[in-house]
Design a protein around this ligand. Structure first.
Ligand SMILES: [Zn+2]
Ligand SMILES: [Zn+2]
Length: 261
């Protein structure tokens, strides 16, 4: 099992793509602008999209991906791409993106019977089985309904989990659950520097001081990767992060990085 970082930035600029991870060849975790770097045949190989929440930096790849791969998938007789998310997230996509005004409704195209996208609700705590891989839906605390994910590395890894927090402020329920799991990696957001702590709190993101409090609830010594930093803010955020006293190995996540499970 392999996870490739297609994008991990909190906004865009040349060389900075927003959140998207590719699990093996066929499962996309969030669909930010990083998706657009995949060649067409790789886009057409995606069978599942898991969404952490409805914010644009995490979903804008879906409507464009659906349009890009429709012909190839229909020609190959492939089933709809399954979009998995909270019911509230799916309702938001349907109402505000696939509404015939922002974008055509690809849950009914090219036909109602055989569309290119299908929507599949999940709940926090669900364990999805996608092509033999187990992915648990974790709680998150954000300005809209939101989740994180834990990908089970399977027996060969001793059930080590790759965990992605999604966008979240302080999240006690997450640490309760993670205390029961073995972790290979923790990808956690730190969207703002301490100078912007107020903004972090209003928008339910973390700053380095919050991150320190959060990580103090995580046992052991874990490979922690920081995500969702805005372009131009990496030095300020990582200076705050590196100043934390922590038993964990903390570094900034980079686009293009691969993490084996
Ligand atoms: Zn968000
Ligand atoms: Zn975001």
């Amino acid at each position: 099992m392999n996870i490739r970082v297609l994008g991990c930035s909190g906004a865009i600029a040349a060389g900075y793509k927003t959140t998207a991870f590719l699990l093996d060849d066929d499962v996309l975790i969030d669909a930010g602008t990083g998706v657009g770097d995949l060649p067409l045949d790789a886009l057409a190989a995606i069978d599942h999209i898991l969404l952490s929440h409805s914010h644009l930096d995490h979903v804008l790849g879906i409507p464009l991906l659906a349009d890009a791969v429709l012909r190839l998938r229909v020609a190959a007789g492939r089933p709809p791409i399954q979009v998995h998310a909270l019911p509230e997230t799916l309702a938001t996509l349907q109402k505000h993106i696939f509404n015939g005004a922002i974008w055509p409704d690809f849950t009914r195209l090219p036909s109602r019977e055989a569309p290119v996208l299908s929507l599949h609700p999940f709940q926090i705590g669900d364990r999805l089985e996608l092509g033999g891989r187990l992915i648990e839906v974790l709680p998150a605390v954000h300005t809209v309904p939101a989740v994180g994910f834990a990908v089970d590395g399977g027996e060969a890894s001793g059930h080590a989990h790759w965990v992605f927090t999604g966008d979240t402020g302080p999240n006690p329920a997450l640490w309760q659950r993670l205390a029961q799991l073995r972790l290979s990696h923790l990808v956690i957001e730190t969207a703002f520097s301490d100078d912007e702590a107020e903004l972090a709190h209003i928008s339910q993101h973390l700053c380095p001081t919050d991150l320190g409090r959060e990580l103090s609830q995580l046992g052991g010594s874990v490979d922690v990767r920081i995500t969702h930093i805005k372009p131009g803010e990496a030095d300020a955020v990582m200076a705050g992060v590196q100043a934390l006293i922590s038993p964990h190995r903390i570094s900034a996540l980079q686009a293009g990085q691969e993490m084996a499970l």
